[in-house]
Design a protein around this ligand. Structure first.
Ligand SMILES: [Mn+2]
Length: 416
């Protein structure tokens, strides 16, 4: 008997259909964020990263242009099991030599190369307007700015992004999740908290007034608790964003698990939102003490979020995207560890005997629930994971890192 066969038998003892779990996972897209590869800079400006987010570290070899970024992403794709989707920010528009248009004027053609990459791998594309790192972020404000001209610029950016999102959906045949996040807020205690929120609300409404096909474009609003230099007040707070999504048909709430107070957990929020929303979206990250955007690892809360999606039978109702960036380590490795970790978390959730555990809870057999929950933690999950990776044609063990080291030597070290 192989290790996989023997592991499968142990899981079957708890009523788990391992083959079905693997089949299911192969069909679930996870969005791979392009911004890990160049420290959230993009191709449309030379300025610094703003908006209350920050990358730390200066590991050599970051992608300097679209060719390098795509080459790096293809390396990552080759090392990760599972179905992928691309996640692109508007600042990753690709211009012809000498061409430039500002963010309020970007068009589908500026993203044609992303579509080419997506088609090569049979992937869909998710999209994000970029409301940061730009001179029109006046006093740290965009869609909630008191300056009408500033708001107008960013509204037009949002509308352009809706059109580009629809283009992505039409080209790839996969719906495009378009996420609206701004870092709008104040460093210190504001005198008016509602004014900016009313302006923010109206601005997003104007963006969503751009005609689009609701089956193709899935607009989301992402909340946040605070950013660097924006500690006292965030316009798009949790209550604001959740209420906005609830009150606007077709708009989804997006939860980033780095965007809450440190003792709050998104795993508990997922089933709460699924009681009310047909679909929700997630940004999966790893916050350490703040929204630090560390690489996602196979830790308890990551496992718990995946478990909730699976237990709620909501794999087709939750749009999952990675969102982190670490510039202190090899970026290809950072991407790969994060993607593989979320795949592990999903597979782990799918081979958890959820039906049995629920039954024990409903029978109030809470002692046995604890006993079984602890026992299954030491089942040979690694053997199932290895088998899954093999069927996906990617390295099952840490040997994928040999390829990253080789790539660093042959490609990354030649940059700069
Ligand atoms: Mn996010």
């Amino acid at each position: 008997m192989t290790r996989y066969e023997s592991a499968k038998q142990l899981y079957e003892k708890f009523g788990v259909d391992v083959e079905k779990a693997i089949r299911t996972l192969k069909e679930i897209p996870v969005s791979l964020h392009c911004w890990q590869g160049d420290d959230v800079i993009g191709f449309d400006h030379d300025g610094p990263l703003t908006g209350g987010i920050q990358t730390t570290g200066n590991y050599p070899g970051k992608a300097r242009n679209w060719q390098e970024l795509m080459q790096d992403m293809e390396k990552v794709i080759s090392l990760c099991p599972g179905k992928k989707k691309l996640n692109v920010h508007a600042c990753y528009a690709i211009f012809e030599e000498g061409e430039f248009v500002d963010r309020d004027k970007i068009e589908p053609k500026h993203f044609a190369k992303w579509v080419e990459l997506a088609k090569k791998y049979g992937m869909g594309i998710d999209f994000n307007p970029t409301f940061f790192s730009h001179p029109m972020c006046k006093d740290g404000l965009t869609l909630s700015s008191p300056d009408e001209e500033v708001r107008k610029f960013w509204i037009n950016h949002g509308k352009a992004c809706i059109r580009i999102s629809q283009y992505f959906a039409e080209e790839t045949g996969v719906p495009c999740v378009m996420n609206i996040w701004t870092g709008d807020g104040y460093k210190d205690i504001p005198a008016d908290r509602m004014g900016p929120r009313m302006r923010y609300k109206e601005s997003i409404e104007e963006i969503l007034a751009e005609p689009y096909d609701k089956s193709k474009v899935k607009p989301c609003v992402e909340s946040k608790v605070f950013g660097i230099g924006v500690e006292a007040y965030t316009t798009g707070s949790a209550e604001f964003s959740l209420s906005f999504a609830a009150m606007h048909d077709g708009c989804l709430p997006l939860m980033d698990n780095g965007h809450y107070h440190p003792t709050e957990v998104v795993s508990d929020k997922i089933p709460a939102l699924l009681c009310f929303f047909d679909e929700i979206a997630l940004h999966i990250t790893r916050p350490i003490r703040w929204d630090s955007d560390h690489v996602v690892i196979f830790d308890d809360e990551t496992k718990e979020m995946a478990k909730e999606i699976v237990r709620c039978d909501a794999l087709d109702r939750v749009y999952m995207a990675l969102d982190y960036f670490d510039a202190s380590i090899n970026r290809i490795s950072a991407w790969t560890v994060g993607f593989r970790s979320w795949q592990k978390a999903l597979l782990n959730a799918l081979v958890t005997p959820n039906a049995l555990l629920k039954q024990l809870q409903d029978e109030n057999s809470l002692t046995k629930l604890m006993v079984i929950s602890e026992e299954i933690k030491t089942l040979p999950f690694g053997d199932i994971w290895e088998h899954y990776c093999e069927t996906e044609g990617v390295p099952a063990d840490e040997s994928w890192f040999n390829e990253v080291e080789k790539y660093e030597k042959e490609v990354l070290s030649k940059r700069n």
